[in-house]
Design a binder for this molecule. Structure first.
Ligand SMILES: [Zn+2]
Length: 242
């Protein structure tokens, strides 16, 4: 049975914590173009972590999800909420300290904006000797990658068509800026997404499909599982990507 921390009692947590890694899904509440919901990153990472817990019931305790992360680059769009990198990093460090009864902690996100905070938190926790892993989907099989597809484009729209098709406004999906080229990336970093894309999309969701989303989800889950079992995985703790 999948153990979800919010659904068990403290004596049960006391019995289970020492043999389980606390897996914390870190989402975002940020614009995902005119066609995807603000909770896209949260829904995707939560589904991945739940699937990980279901296939590793003796190793994983699923933590409540963090719904608001570091999304300052999306502040130009209504509905985006962000606590910024420093506050998120401080929060993750405190959270990990409070989870010391567990056999380690794994922070997972599909939102690149959360990565600096996760790495900062992990560096501090690692110095303190805590077992802390982090994961994001750094390694996507080449057949499932698209040049310039950074945000609310082909990949994310496909995954949402797989996970929550009723929340995808296909009729409103349109191409945004293409996320390649040093100039675009420099403007994006210094001025935010609104400075490079009027509709908030970076990529092209036109040919997104639920089947592509299923394949992407499975590839990400395999990668996340590798992080849990070996500490490796595409963009995971101490690893190469980010
Ligand atoms: Zn996203």
């Amino acid at each position: 049975m999948t153990e979800t921390l919010g659904a068990i009692t403290w004596p049960e947590a006391a019995r289970l914590a020492g043999s389980r890694t606390l897996v914390v899904p870190i989402g975002s509440t940020e614009q995902h173009g005119p066609h995807l919901p603000l909770g896209t990153d949260t829904m995707v990472v939560e589904a991945l972590c739940r699937a990980l817990a279901e296939s590793n019931p003796a190793k994983v305790m699923l933590s409540p999800t963090i719904h608001i992360g570091a999304s300052d680059e999306h502040r130009g769009f209504a509905g985006t909420l962000s606590v910024g990198t420093e506050a998120l990093a401080a929060s993750l460090q405190a959270l990990a300290a409070s989870a010391s009864r567990f056999d380690g902690i794994l922070f997972a996100t599909t939102h690149g904006g959360n990565l600096p905070a996760m790495k900062l938190a992990r560096a501090v926790l690692g110095d303190q000797g805590a077992r802390c892993l982090w994961w994001w989907p750094g390694a996507v099989p080449p057949a499932l990658a698209r040049e310039g597809d950074l945000h609310a484009g082909w990949m994310e729209t496909s995954i949402m068509l797989h996970l929550a098709p009723r929340l995808v406004r296909r009729d409103l999906a349109s191409r945004g800026a293409m996320g390649s080229g040093d100039k675009l990336m420099a403007v994006l970093r210094s001025q935010g997404v609104a400075a490079v894309s009027a509709n908030g999309v970076i990529g092209d969701p036109a040919t997104a499909s639920a089947e592509t989303g299923r394949l992407l989800f499975e590839a990400m889950l395999t990668d996340l599982e590798a992080t849990l079992t070996t500490g490796s995985g595409g963009g995971s703790g101490g690893g190469n990507a980010g």
